[in-house]
Design a protein around this ligand. Sequence first.
Ligand code: ADP
Length: 279
Amino acid sequence: MAFINLQNVTYKYPLTKTPVLQNINLQINEGEFVAVVGPNGAGKSTLCYALAGFVPHFFKGEISGSIEVAGMESSKSTLDEWVLNVGLAFQNPFNQISGAKYTVFEEIAFGLENNGVPREEIRPRVEDAMKLTDISNLADRSPYSLSGGQQQRVALTSILVMQPKLLVLDEPTSQMDPIGTREVFGVVRRMAEEGMTVVMVEHKMEWIAQFADRVIALKDGQILLEGKPNEVLTSDILVENGFGISRYTSTAREAKKQGIWKKENLPVTLDEAVEGFKL
Ligand code: ADP
């Protein structure tokens, strides 16, 4: 049995006319790191909500098919049960901040306090989580005084500290520079190695290619393609369907048309491009 199992999932928000997810079939194994790519409005955030129980438990609307995560079945469980197993980082980190706490440290401890974790356990867990995402230096700052990228790190940390079985991240590096992005991908990869399952919406193809196990390409609420990162991210189907592709892929595509790119596979990363052009 797969850790995540979506069977024929079709979902419509209360106020939309057409379904935002259409007939989604998706199986993900425990410890897998899956990246989701797709143009705006493809349904990526909605898929995140479905994996995190917010669809249908919070957003309501009409749903058919079945969603199973970590042994829970969506129609037979409550959002309270889901949040114990699944951590979701929203697209806008500002929405994640509780507004109830004065410091980053307290903000990250908040979820543990709410879950009744003993006080003496809270401090070391928060400190370890902050070390993992390299934000120990922000411990005493107000969550509201941070840059967007720092808020994204705090949001990620406040989820990691809960040690969820499934980590769902909706563009967690959108406000980060390349160094921050690399660190987040590194941390997420490490969590997956340790058995956490990760689903991450991202546009940064070069990083996906280096770190993810599998890529799902979503368009108009349907899975257009899925497979190994390099195969999906260099596919002509993505270009034909208006997906963004890596600059190295688009350069090599042009070079291939002119007979300069000799390799069979197109590159996604700089290293792959350099290696290919050397030939
Ligand atoms: P993506 O993350 O790929 O940009 P979304 O899942 O955010 O896509 O949105 C898919 C579609 O669902 C869009 O047409 C969007 O307008 C619609 N949508 C998103 N959230 C809601 C909502 N809460 N109520 C109604 N429609 C929504």
